[in-house]
Ligand binder design. Structure first.
Ligand SMILES: [Cu+2]
Length: 137
């Protein structure tokens, strides 16, 4: 007796189409990850940042210099008990409007995504001795 399996081929076609949205999502996630879309780097603002002496050992921002990829997001966490800002350029340079957190309250965070390669200096407008830089490659 011949075994009947009329629906076998249509079933296998169906499962390929059913997997397509899943495979598409996987491909998008893979591409997004390789483009640093989800990458995040953290910088801590410690308690000692409110004292000018932090500038002596570069500990006003931890770390005070970071290197990130294009498209990467940097997050500054204010882990101190006073307010700070993350403002692009240094106090002695003419400031630009690239990024300015305005006041970051104690316990708050500020994030910025760098979309172009270059070196970006920044400081705290409340405590101008707090200076850091970001290198975007
Ligand atoms: Cu500050």
């Amino acid at each position: 007796m011949k075994k009947s399996c009329n629906s076998c081929s249509s079933y296998s076609k169906l499962s390929i189409w059913a997997a397509l949205p899943f495979l598409t999502i996987l491909a998008i996630l893979f591409i997004a990850t390789s483009m640093n879309v989800f990458a995040e780097t953290a910088i801590t603002i410690p308690n000692e940042a409110a004292e000018p002496s932090c500038a002596d050992n570069g500990s006003c921002f931890l770390p005070s210099q970071v290197t990130v990829g294009v498209g990467e997001t940097l997050t500054w966490s204010n882990d101190s008990s006073v307010i700070h800002t993350v403002t692009s350029k240094n106090p002695e340079e003419e400031t630009d409007d690239l990024f300015d957190s305005s006041i970051i309250l104690a316990g708050d965070i500020f994030s910025y995504t760098f979309t172009e390669a270059g070196q970006y200096n920044y400081f705290c407008s409340v405590h101008p001795w707090m200076q850091g830089s970001v290198i975007v490659k």
